[in-house]
Design a binder for this molecule. Structure first.
Ligand code: ATP
Ligand code: MG
Length: 268
């Protein structure tokens, strides 16, 4: 493997560049697809608009998602290349804390990429990785891409699927076959965010640790209390709040009532 550029921690865009480096590294090991690099760029643009933080409506959605995961009978995490590159350890931790199965589901499926993704997950501590090779023997009808192939022990029989960085068509198909879908997507306007049952608008690297923390909290609560959290959550309203947050933030920046992040105006 080529020697990578090392980003100095003092760089004003250190965190953002670190994530890019992780993706490029995993692109070179065959985990991330080239289109995954483009998808990340689309996400980064929305992260700027959100101020690169977990915004209040995202925190609310994370709580509702955690309650839904804890109360689900068979919750499954769907993992693609980008998620494996950015948050494999968090996938392992969430899976063990919330008793979730972990399934590899790739848009650009090849046995090499499946195996490479499985290896990254196992190295991070995931004990059982579903959906690899012949294990993905079931099909989700009406879905064109290779993502239709699912594991009968995983997504096929799940009642809830967590889909970080998902594609809209598949979210819609999963909803149509009766699954509860929890999406993590920086873009509140994507078809994924619009079709999901619960849309968490935020960066997976920030959302996953918070989701793990909330799952631990919810597990201490009664089922009734967890149910109340779910029932009082309105996804459409929450997405509107995300859009309102962005609009308000841009307006504050325009009139100078919010300060621009320090790095804006500096060369990257
Ligand atoms: P859709 O089909 O749902 O309308 P899309 O075509 O934009 O959406 P894809 O390109 O299939 O979706 O997937 C990329 C999505 O993942 C983008 O919406 C992007 O905002 C989001 N994304 C990229 N990187 C991250 C990240 N680190 N955390 C959260 N979301 C991300
Ligand atoms: Mg798409």
């Amino acid at each position: 493997m080529k020697k990578r550029l090392v980003v100095p921690v003092t760089h004003p865009r250190y965190e953002s560049l670190r994530l890019r480096e992780l993706l490029v590294e995993q692109y070179e090991s065959g985990v991330v697809a080239v289109a995954g690099l483009i998808a990340h760029g689309r996400g980064e643009a929305f992260d700027y608009l959100l101020g690169e933080t977990l915004i209040p409506p995202a925190l609310l959605a994370i709580k509702a998602a955690a309650a839904s995961i804890v109360l689900a009978k068979h919750p499954v995490i769907s993992v693609n290349g980008n998620l494996a590159a950015l948050a494999a350890r968090e996938v392992a931790e969430l899976s063990s804390n919330a008793s979730m199965d972990v399934e590899v589901n790739l848009f650009y499926r090849s046995s090499e990429r499946e195996l490479a993704t499985k290896r990254v997950l196992e190295k991070a501590g995931v004990r059982k990785v579903l959906g690899v090779g012949r294990d993905a023997s079931e099909r989700i009808a009406e879905l064109g891409s290779e993502r239709r192939r699912v594991d009968p022990r995983g997504i096929f029989s799940a009642d809830l699927v967590l889909v970080p960085l998902e594609d809209g068509d598949r979210t819609e198909a999963l909803r149509r076959i009766g699954k509860k879908v929890v999406a993590i997507d920086l873009n509140p306007l994507s078809r994924t965010s619009v079709f999901a049952s619960i849309s968490i608008v935020g960066n997976v690297v920030k959302v996953m640790p918070k989701l793990i923390e909330e799952v631990k909290n919810i597990k201490q609560m009664s089922r009734e209390k967890a149910g109340d959290i779910i029932n009082s959550f309105d996804n459409k309203k929450n997405l509107e709040e995300c859009i309102r947050f962005i609009a308000h933030r841009l307006e504050q920046l325009r009139i100078g009532e919010a300060s621009l992040p320090k790095h804006i105006g500096e060369a990257d």
